[in-house]
Design a binder for this molecule. Structure first.
Ligand SMILES: [Zn+2]
Length: 339
């Protein structure tokens, strides 16, 4: 029986603390390769850098199921050395500039600590205080001794933490999906051919997942990712009843554009999983974006899923939080679903 204990949480911690800004996913890829090799029939790294894994099923023509989780995270790239330890940077993926000033970051392969600096408040004019500072005007400050190269990636310096029953970290989106896929590989149902795509460059346009879809040509494709938890109180302090996911209520399997496969017929997912406590609101645009692996393959039914994350829609937040128990529930519901 698939269960989540200390070992799996340790692995999630290692994955979250690694840096894998889109286009430079090497740190996470190395962890993934080490974890999957003992349990897979076939492992390859494709031209873009995604890790593609296959575990063959029994029987004449077992259903080919592709699960995709992305290795990359949003972050920054150094674009100019201004001297004296100041570096101009560009954002990579969906970053909201309002959340950047004052944040600590790690830069390059050595994870050199820096900070995104700004003028102190007593030196700013009233007009400057009304406006968000443009990213082009911000600098990463590594101090006079700090060294970085143009092209180096950077991300938030936040370390993984366990806070009561939940976990808080940068890049839970989508290291949680990566960790779940690794666990599912160890508990693959025998009646399916399990294909896993640990894909690159999701945050800048689903690039890795699209290639994986072509490579595997699956019967079913499921994107294993997080989804925004809109469970915060509203402006008047009342509970938000329009939440799509709520921390503590487990995962949510979204009905996507394609529902021709009987496993994805309306009502079938909640029935099979005996778990759908989340609100069945329509797939938001962000959810639709995640079905790249299905869209790219010929006619495969695709279905994005997700574990609710607070702060997920605000990618630049260095802290994303999810309920720890949801990790086990999501893994188990996926295992039941594909068996
Ligand atoms: Zn994601």
């Amino acid at each position: 029986m698939l269960s989540i204990g200390q070992a799996q949480i340790k692995l999630l911690e290692k994955l979250c603390n690694a840096m894998a800004v889109s286009g430079d996913e090497g740190e996470v890829r190395r962890i993934v390769l080490e974890e999957v090799k003992p349990h897979a029939d076939e492992v390859k790294v494709d031209a873009l850098g995604s890790v593609l894994v296959r575990k063959r099923g029994t029987g004449k023509k077992p259903l080919r199921v592709l699960l995709d989780a992305h290795m990359d995270e949003v972050g920054f790239m150094i674009v100019r050395d201004d001297g004296d330890g100041f570096y101009q940077f560009a954002t990579v993926g969906g970053i909201d500039a309002r959340h950047l000033v004052g944040k600590q970051v790690i830069v390059g392969k050595d994870h050199t600590i820096g900070v995104i600096g700004a003028k102190p408040i007593h030196l700013t004019t009233p007009d400057e205080r009304k406006h968000t500072i443009d990213v082009e005007a911000m600098r990463i400050d590594l101090g006079p001794e700090g060294k970085a190269k143009v092209g180096d990636r950077a991300t938030f310096a936040t370390k993984f933490k366990r806070v009561g029953p939940s976990v808080m970290s940068k890049s839970i989106d989508d290291r949680i999906g990566v960790a779940i896929l690794i666990e599912l590989l160890k508990h693959t149902p025998k009646n399916i051919e399990l294909c896993l795509s640990f894909s690159v460059q999701e945050e800048i346009g689903l690039r890795g997942a699209a290639v994986a879809g072509h490579y595997f040509n699956p019967d079913l494709a499921i994107a294993v990712d997080s989804t925004p938890a809109r469970d915060l109180p509203d402006y008047e302090g009342r509970e938000n009843y329009t939440y799509n996911t709520k921390l503590g209520l487990g995962s949510r399997h979204l009905h996507s554009a394609c529902t021709h496969h009987q496993r994805y017929a309306a009502g079938e997912i909640p029935r099979r999983n005996r778990c759908q406590k989340q609100n069945p609101i329509p797939v938001p645009p962000a959810g639709r974006r995640r079905d790249g692996c299905g869209r790219a393959s010929t006619g495969a039914c695709r279905c994005p899923g997700g574990l609710g994350l607070r702060a997920a829609p605000l990618h630049p937040f260095p802290h994303q939080r999810c309920a720890g128990g949801g990790l086990e529930e999501y893994s188990q519901s996926l295992a039941r679903h594909i068996a």
